[in-house]
Design a protein around this ligand. Structure first.
Ligand SMILES: *Cc1c(COP(=O)(O)O)cnc(C)c1O
Length: 406
């Protein structure tokens, strides 16, 4: 029977900013998804590091439907119990004293950058407006966050851009030191670059940024939108490194698929954001907060986080075996369940082609730039799903290599 909604409708009706896969998923369960034709896919993409507990997790369905039957939204003229409970959980689990809720990673970073500007403006004066960010960084798509991001291709066509943002080399402390001074209000950095190619920071790099921020009264902002909520095998990647920021942004996995984000900070900085200085209609929405509370309860246990480290082993051992057979990857890297495989130079630019072959074999994988295969599956993916998905991925790699050499 023909489907009444087809992939072609996307090309007719949607703003053409995405190039989605040729199939349309219609149902998911755990780490498996099915498309309109009933074809099964193992999900190693996790909705781009979002579906921390897979699809249709019973506890999240329950949290959502229970709150859905109570009330959905009141706006920020009223607070609500799920938002306050979620705030307390985040505070108890991290360095933070205060929480601001919003709806996306970009919005959380926007809040952190505005907080840094306001703090510097109020305490030191308007000259202290400099923001130091990093090449290849990704912080979202608002004009401010796309300017902080380190990929000019994403920002240059939208000029004029917000001024006073400069970019140092990632994992190069000297290049950051050259840009950070007393007029710097914030340094924003991903503890592991996600979109930029799955590149973990060096410990000395983050420690050095912490010291530079301290000596110049600048806020150290960790963008943990992709690395947060258990992804690296710790609740936040900064815990893995033992370096604490002044503000931390979290989104993606926080809602397990329901849109929600937060900016966490210390009392000292939070104080400058007085009534009316910032806000967003849906921030702290009770539905989103109820779901995120359930996600945190499940993810923030030692057993779950150790399970992520165990799964990292399953993946890397099998990816190394694939590499022994295909000689595709120059490097396999990452932390926890954010894993990147950089293609050998002779396959540069072909990551998307491999992802398409993988989907045809029945496994969804991500790319991070044109040269890196990226895996960001659910944190509770089973050993059997990992093995079956990687067997399908192996088949795709074999076809890719055969196609390149024939
Ligand atoms: C995805 C991502 C963002 C943007 O999040 P949105 O929810 O798409 O706005 C920001 N920073 C990092 C590190 C990300 O991975």
């Amino acid at each position: 029977m023909p489907h009444s909604i087809t992939r072609e409708n996307f090309d007719q009706w949607m703003l053409p900013v995405y190039a989605p896969a040729p199939f349309i998923p219609v149902r998911g369960e755990g780490s498996r998804l099915w498309d309109q034709d009933g074809k099964e896919y193992i999900d190693f993409a996790g909705g781009i590091a979002v579906n921390a507990l897979g699809h249709a997790h019973p506890a999240l369905c329950q949290a959502l439907s229970e709150q859905a039957a109570r009330f959905w939204h009141t706006g920020n003229g009223y607070t609500n119990e799920p938002a306050l409970r979620l705030a307390k959980k985040l505070i108890d689990a991290t360095f933070a004293d205060r929480v601001f809720f919003c709806n996306s990673g970009a919005e959380a970073n926007e809040a952190a950058l505005k907080l840094a500007r306001k703090y510097a403006h109020d305490l030191f004066g308007p000259q202290k407006s400099g923001i130091v960010a990093f090449k290849n960084a990704f912080h979202g798509r608002t004009l401010f966050t796309v300017s902080a991001g380190g990929q000019p291709a994403y920002s240059q066509d939208f000029a004029p851009l917000p001024p006073d943002i400069s970019h140092a080399q990632y994992n190069n402390l000297e290049s950051a030191r050259a840009l950070i001074n007393d007029n710097t209000c914030a340094v924003i950095v991903e503890p592991m670059q996600g979109e930029g190619g799955v590149v973990p920071a060096d410990v000395e790099f983050l420690q050095g940024l912490r010291a530079l921020c301290d000596s110049h009264n600048a806020l150290l902002i960790f963008d943990e939108v992709q690395t947060g909520v258990g992804r690296t095998g710790e609740l936040y990647a900064c815990m893995h490194y033992g370096v604490m920021p002044d503000a931390l942004t979290t989104a993606k996995a926080l809602g397990g698929g329901f849109p929600v984000a937060a900016m966490l900070t210390r009392e000292k900085f939070a104080r400058v954001m007085t009534v009316g200085t910032h806000g967003t209609t849906y921030g702290g929405n009770p539905l989103a907060s109820a779901v995120a509370g359930a996600v945190l309860d499940i993810v923030n246990t030692r057993e779950m986080l150790d399970g992520v480290k165990q799964r990292h082993q399953w993946f890397t051992e099998q990816l190394q075996a694939i590499n022994a057979r295909c000689d595709l990857f120059a490097e396999i890297r990452g932390l926890g369940l954010l894993i990147g495989c950089e293609l050998m130079p002779q396959y540069a630019g072909k990551a998307k082609q491999i992802a398409q072959l993988a989907a045809a074999e029945g496994v969804m994988v991500l790319i991070a730039g044109a040269n890196v295969m990226r895996f960001a599956p659910a944190l509770n993916i089973s050993e059997d799903e990992v093995s079956r998905g990687l067997a399908r991925f192996t088949a795709a790699c074999d076809k890719f290599v055969a196609g390149c050499t024939s």
